[in-house]
Design a protein around this ligand. Structure first.
Ligand code: FAD
Length: 494
């Protein structure tokens, strides 16, 4: 049996591995000349000839067991392909007024830190993390591990547990509301509101159920792949190749061929190639609009509001900053105003003049990612998804705001330290990965029905067509993309 995967994003590669293990002969068609989609890498050459390496997209790695599972499934030892370490420090937080706080992986140490620096009773933090674990435990099996679009999911024991625990899930309040009730100090509310951005949502709209996200980082852990985030992609691509999967790069799929209620193959470079089964890792909106224009379009799902996007500055910095770590956040002074602007509540969606800055520096853990004495700065600002804004003006203004804010908090003029630069914005995210509107995480989760408004992992119209990746169930981010591949493979008959 021959299977085709459209796209070598992380979910596409995971799907290829799962289908190969099931005995399929698998071909992966990728429009770019590299694998990984958003999870890829590139380099800058410094003026003195040294090299800065950057991970292009994701920087936070959680739930590494989902990557390990793929090696084990194929009968391999994960450590032969891929190594990672658990971080002791989850993130360093900075505010304009000089407050600095480290989120430690050790809960008690983190609790002591918030008590010492913010005067917040440490027990509040411990309670929050315990609540996050409970929410995760109840929702994981129901919402993340199974198809929501099969009746069996709603009749089992896990569903019953979900129904019984519904009041504890926070479905009816917002994340911000729950965090304001939990914490006294506005800075801690802001810190935990930030987790809404992990799937591109707005903490002032998204349901408190998304307070499950800190569980991944603090209870299961935040990790660093020893060879950088791209080694998630490269190690899985290596496994796939070892399993005999064929990768075709610079091979954009132009159409999914169908006859009646079956997919018959793909059109690539004006050639029709027959397949028994097709999995699309291309954004679901573009899969329907571009590859299946004559099929029934599931408009209600395709038209859902999209998650936020990102504006990323990749800077080679010719100095080291000991006060910074791998993950650093510089918070805005008015978080709610920032999100109102991002999601266009009071006008066109745009970036705040005082954006929250996420600064990731992999050379802190992988020194060869920057020349000696230098650092590779990956600066991510939450940005609205692309609706045709004047991005060139927005980017120029944002660059000034970032330099001003970092210079203020770090006490040194950052501008002259930037010796190499490249930029990724919602337009280029859209054109490089076919993400609808350049959204980082598919649909937004800003309403309580969002989980039900993502497309299923199978086609309702064509018996042998499946969907995986950040734009479909269970959602965006590396762990959920990997789970989408698992759900898909469980739906495919052995
Ligand atoms: P994608 O990465 O979207 O790739 C899809 C692939 O399909 C692309 O390679 C594309 O070229 C290919 N394709 C599309 N159409 C066609 C076609 N017609 N023919 C052939 N090929 C096609 N997640 C985290 O877990 N942690 C983070 O810290 C994090 N930070 C992020 C930061 C940024 C800047 C970005 C951009 C994303 C971030 N994410 C993060 C989200 C994460 O990267 C994505 O959810 C995930 O990588 C999406 O994977 P995917 O499998 O859906 O495919």
């Amino acid at each position: 049996m021959k299977a085709a995967i459209i796209g070598a994003g992380i979910a596409g590669i995971a799907s290829a591995i799962r289908l190969a293990v099931k005995g399929y002969s698998v071909d992966v068609f990728e429009a770019n000349d590299y694998p990984g989609g958003k999870l890829s890498t590139f380099e800058h050459t410094a003026p003195d000839g040294g090299v800065y390496r950057f991970d292009a997209g994701p920087s936070l790695f959680t739930m590494p067991q989902l990557v390990d599972d793929l090696f084990r499934l194929a009968g391999r030892n994960p450590a032969d392909y891929f190594e990672y370490v658990r971080l002791e420090e989850t993130c360093r937080y900075f505010w304009d007024d000089g407050t600095r706080l480290t989120a430690w992986a050790d809960h008690n140490r983190f609790a002591r830190e918030v008590e010492a620096i913010l005067g917040e009773p440490g027990q509040h933090l411990l309670d929050h993390l315990a609540d996050s674990a409970l929410k995760y435990d109840v929702t994981e099996k129901l919402f993340l591990q199974k198809s929501l679009h099969k009746l069996g999911t709603w009749l089992g024991r896990d569903a019953l547990r979900g129904y019984l625990n519904l009041p504890k899930l926070g479905v009816f309040g917002t994340m911000n509301g729950a965090n304001e009730r939990r914490f006294q100090h506005p800075k801690l509310v802001q810190l935990f509101n930030r987790y809404a951005t992990y799937n591109g949502s707005d903490p002032y709209q998204t349901p408190a159920t998304l307070n499950i996200i800190p569980h991944l980082e603090y209870n299961i852990g935040a990790f660093f792949p020893k060879q950088g985030m791209v080694s998630i992609t490269s190690s899985l691509e290596k496994l796939a190749t070892d399993l005999g999967i064929q990768f075709h790069y610079k091979a954009r799929v132009d159409a999914i061929e169908t006859t009646g209620k079956q997919v018959t193959g793909l059109r690539v470079d004006n050639q029709i190639i027959p397949f028994d089964l097709v999995v699309s890792n291309m954004d679901v909106v573009n899969t329907f609009r571009k590859l299946l224009p004559n099929a029934r379009q599931p408009e209600r799902i395709l038209r859902q509001p999209k998650s936020s996007s990102g504006l990323i500055f990749y800077w080679g910095i010719n100095r080291e900053f000991p006060e910074l770590d791998l993950h650093n956040i510089f918070f805005s002074n008015d978080y709610q105003a920032e999100f109102n602007q991002l999601f266009g509540k009071n006008g066109p969606a745009s970036l705040s003049n005082d954006p929250t800055i996420y600064l990731n520096i992999t050379s802190k853990h992988k020194p060869d990612d920057a020349p000696p004495g230098h650092e590779n700065w990956f600066i991510l600002l939450n940005a609205p998804n692309n609706t045709g804004q004047d991005w060139d003006t927005i980017i120029a203004q944002a660059r000034q705001h970032v330099i001003r804010k970092l210079s203020h908090v770090l006490g040194v003029d950052v501008a002259p330290l930037i010796e190499t630069e490249s930029i990724l914005d919602p337009r280029s995210i859209e054109s490089r990965t076919s993400s609808s509107q350049g959204a980082l995480y598919g649909n937004s989760s800003n309403n309580r029905f969002a989980a039900f408004m993502r497309h299923a992992n199978f086609s309702h119209e064509f018996g042998n067509l499946y969907f995986v990746g950040g734009s479909v169930h269970p959602g965006g981010g590396i762990p959920l993309c990997l789970l989408s591949a698992k759900i898909m493979s469980e739906l495919v008959a052995d």
